[in-house]
Write a protein that binds this ligand. Structure first.
Ligand SMILES: O=P(O)(O)OC[C@H]1O[C@H](O)[C@H](O)[C@@H](O)[C@@H]1O
Length: 304
């Protein structure tokens, strides 16, 4: 008998008839496709990256670039990349991959199940090996629990499996689809201090809701509160709630930044907005040997 292909073997072990199957996605990367009465979703095992989430009766919530690479060694532009164990460039090694190494490696699918309430949960794992130790010397296990329903709940758990303390940054780098970036507003950050990465990380204070009008790369600090994107064009409000995340990053490269990104189409920046749950910069997380930290982000969509 012929050995099963990687995708067939995953399906054989984890597929759920009529609800979840593993398919060969773009570039041959394995993708878990979920179709339940509550939502449709796609999760790439490469990066454990949610690429699509469409609650029943709603339009697609996430932005995915039409020009994205789908290729081993390159990041997928869009959906919800997982950034770990550093965010942006690695402070002591500018040659290391930006946002860490877990978004450019295939994760292991650990379980796929339907819960009593009809929601579908998958758990993906990744852990230290020689290739990660070459970039970051620590021993770790990351478990990512993705619960797909009319809300999308993401829980990223990091465990220190080594014998010395470790310190890491993390983010769930959500790319949201918006009708028109010029008309979208972010609520929930009023009076919050942020570090403006387009201006040497100068400390500034948000006054009222955020309307973007230029390249924006802000790290809002000490913010555990929910944020909402109001989208008058798509007539919806996207709410992001979080737990054990004290940084909210808001990013849009604007026209000039987008022009420098080969994996983003010319006008696509007008239809995306990143509002990310994270712990970065001085909010990096420290774990003693054996300790574990879980950050949660819950997304929901509401008509306006
Ligand atoms: O191009 P990438 O490596 O995916 O990063 C895209 C962006 O991600 C985050 O939002 C950072 O705050 C930005 O500084 C960065 O430019």
């Amino acid at each position: 008998m012929e050995p099963l292909s990687h995708i067939d073997a995953l399906n054989h072990r984890f597929g759920i008839d009529g609800i979840a199957q593993i398919v060969s996605g773009k570039g041959g990367l394995p993708v878990v496709q979920i179709t339940s009465p509550a939502a449709h979703a796609e999760v790439s095992l490469y990066g454990a990256q949610v690429l699509s989430w469409r609650p029943a009766g709603q339009e697609e919530v996430l932005f995915l670039s039409k020009q994205s690479h789908f290729e081993s060694g390159k990041a997928i532009r869009g959906g919800i990349p997982v950034c770990f164990p550093w965010f942006r460039a690695k402070a002591d090694n500018p040659k290391a991959p930006t946002h860490g190494f877990v978004r450019t490696r295939e994760w292991r699918l650990d379980s796929l199940s339907v819960d009593d309430d009809g929601s579908v949960t998958l758990v993906c794992l990744t852990s230290s090996d020689d290739s990660t130790r070459a970039l970051w010397r620590h021993d770790f296990l990351v478990a990512y629990r993705i619960r797909i329903a009319s809300t999308l709940r993401l829980e990223l758990s990091v465990m220190n499996r080594g014998t010395s303390p470790l310190r890491f940054e993390e983010a769930l780098h959500s790319y949201f689809r918006v009708g028109d970036i010029h008309q979208a507003r972010v609520h929930g950050l009023d009076a919050v201090t942020y570090l403006d990465n387009t201006d040497g990380n100068k400390s500034k204070r948000q006054d009222g809701s955020l309307a973007l009008a230029a390249p924006t790369d802000n790290a809002y600090i000490d913010t555990e509160a929910p944020a909402e994107i109001l989208d008058p064009v798509l007539h919806r409000r996207l709410r992001t709630e979080k737990l054990h995340s004290s940084t909210t990053i808001v990013w849009n490269p604007w026209q000039q930044g987008a022009a420098a990104l080969s994996d983003l189409g010319n006008d696509e920046w007008q239809h995306m907005l990143c509002v990310e749950a994270g712990n970065i910069l001085s909010a990096a997380v420290s774990l003693a040997p054996g300790e574990e930290h879980t950050m949660r982000s819950t997304l929901s969509i509401h008509p306006e």
